[in-house]
Design a protein around this ligand. Sequence first.
Ligand code: SF4
Length: 124
Amino acid sequence: MIRRKIVKIHEEKCDGCGLCVIPCAEGAIEIIDGKAKVLKEELCDGAGFCLAVCPTGALSIEEREAPAFDEEAVAKHVSSKPAAHEINCFSCGCGEGERPLLAVRSKGESLWVCTRCLPKLIHG
Ligand code: SF4
C-alpha cells in the first residue's frame, strides 16, 4: 500500500447512468447493482478523466492509502474486455480515431468534443 490519488465514488449521488465507464482507459469502473464501482483499486490511476462526465457530482479524487497503480494488471484487464463503445464528437460526429476527444460540461450536459470543434465551443 502507498499513499496516492484515487477516485472516490459517492454512491448516494450515483444514479448508475454509466457515463463514467467509457472515459476510463483502464476499465477500472463498472456499473454493479445500479451503482458505479471501482473494480480493483490497482486499476485506477487517479487521473480523474471520469470526473468531468458525471452529471451528478458523484465522483471525486481523494488521496489515501491504496494498492499501487498496476500497469500490467490494467493491460491484462483491458485485453480481457470487449472493445469499448466508440465515442464521437457531439458537434461534427468524428471518432477518437480521427482526432482526440475531450469531455466537457455545457449547460448541465456532459459532452464529448473533438479538438477541431473545441475552439468553436469556447469562442462561439
Ligand atoms: S457518471 Fe456519475 S452518476 Fe453516472 S454512473 Fe458514473 S458515478 Fe454514477
